[in-house]
Design a protein around this ligand. Structure first.
Ligand SMILES: Cc1ncc(C[n+]2csc(CCOP(=O)(O)OP(=O)(O)O)c2C)c(N)n1
Ligand SMILES: [Mg+2]
Length: 367
């Protein structure tokens, strides 16, 4: 069976118990009881939202690609929980959870997937490529790696204004093979940009397994080449471990220690998108990771601590489902964009001399 490259537990020379018996969750955390319950709730929101998108895709109501983050809820939600209100995030296709934690209402996200005018892209992207700077969310960029440079630009500009803002972005292990990743991380490190980059090693990039992607033992080792220190590899299905690593990195970045990078080990439980049945994945690998489900593990841990019980989880889940149903009902009432407006916002209102042949695009109706 193909295995995760590195075990998630920190090395420990002592006898002190580092992880819970139930769920194997990191015990030492700065999160209070209420905060841990809140992180858990966000993970449930992430999963329920994911289920909804999957169903809507099957009903033909989502016509673009539908990207699942099933199994990556801890990596998305617990990391985003570690940034502040004024910080900025640049999520990728698996980070719906982070987008919701940062404050985008689920109905806006659903409206975007169902290409309605009342959505962040006004119905132009039936997908996840949308952001909203009112919540500090930069839209995912399709060209893999490019979000890192955008984040650097944002936080370096903030630094020039005297603001102590940090950016957090995620990148798939496959995307760390792009030239853009190397150029952008190098630039960020040289500029000491207050930026945190999390490599989400979910074992696959489309149909390419990690072994076909990188010969290094750990993706985090890429940090060495840029002089970035503390590039740990952690268990990405342990919400406390993800929170702790991100919080430490965010604090370091804010304190002026420069760009931070670390790797989380997790797993993409579905194919690349809903259209991909992922038949190339070995059954044993799938089963191994299903047994490491981040929600089940965190739930078991919270129950062991006595913070919640099965009834509490059922009640929480039912409430979240009802909210998502209500959001869907609202979205269904929203209009789809008028095709005649398709070029709005694409071209500058004034014709550039270089585009004198495009007169037909500048008719009044497109302005
Ligand atoms: C520069 C670039 N190359 C290729 C693609 C096509 N593409 C989109 S997602 C993807 C796989 C990404 O895998 P990974 O980075 O591991 O992220 P994951 O989907 O596993 O979260 C590819 C090849 C792209 N969008 N941009
Ligand atoms: Mg991947």
């Amino acid at each position: 069976m193909a295995k995760a490259k590195t075990a998630g537990k920190p090395a420990s020379g002592t006898r002190k118990q580092t992880h819970s018996n139930a769920g194997e969750i990191l015990l030492e955390t700065r999160l209070t009881r209420e905060q841990q319950l809140e992180v858990f709730r966000w993970m449930v929101v992430n999963r329920e939202f994911d289920n909804k998108i999957s169903l809507l895709y099957r009903r033909g109501l989502v016509i673009g690609a539908a990207f699942s983050s099933l199994g990556q809820e801890a990596s998305s939600c617990a990391s985003c929980y570690a940034v502040g209100k004024d910080d900025i995030i640049a999520p990728m296709i698996r980070n719906a959870g982070a987008t919701l934690v940062k404050g985008l209402p689920p109905r806006d996200f659903l409206a975007n997937y169902m290409y309605r005018t009342n959505s962040p892209t006004g119905g132009r992207d039936g997908n996840t490529h949308m952001g909203d700077l009112r919540y500090g969310i930069i839209a995912p960029i399709s060209m893999l790696g490019c979000s890192i440079a955008l984040c650097s630009g944002f936080v370096l500009a903030a630094r020039m204004r005297g603001e102590k803002r940090v950016a957090l972005t995620w990148i798939g292990e496959g995307s760390t093979s792009t030239g853009e990743f190397h150029e952008d991380v190098n630039f960020a490190a040289v500029m000491k940009a207050p930026l945190v980059v999390i490599i989400e090693n979910n074992q696959y990039a489309y149909s390419t397994p990690v072994s076909g992607q990188c010969a290094a033992e750990r993706f985090a080792d890429k940090a060495i080449g840029y002089g970035i220190k503390h590039a740990v590899t952690i268990d990405g299905n342990d919400a406390n471990a993800v929170y702790e690593a991100t919080k430490t990195a965010v604090d370091r970045a804010r304190a002026g220690e420069g760009t931070q990078l670390f790797e989380v080990l997790t797993y993409r439980r579905k194919g690349h998108a809903e259209h991909d049945p992922a038949k190339y994945v070995p059954k044993e690998l799938q089963e191994y990771w299903e047994g490491r489900d981040p929600l089940v593990r965190y739930g078991a841990y919270l129950k062991e601590l006595g913070y919640i019980d099965d009834d509490g989880i059922a009640e929480m889940t039912a409430k979240i489902r009802a909210d998502i149903e209500a959001a869907e009902e609202w979205v269904m009432q929203q209009p789809k964009p008028d095709p005649d407006t398709v070029l709005q916002g694409v071209y500058a209102p004034e014709r550039h001399p270089a585009h004198m042949d495009d007169a037909h695009l500048y008719e009044k109706k497109y302005r």
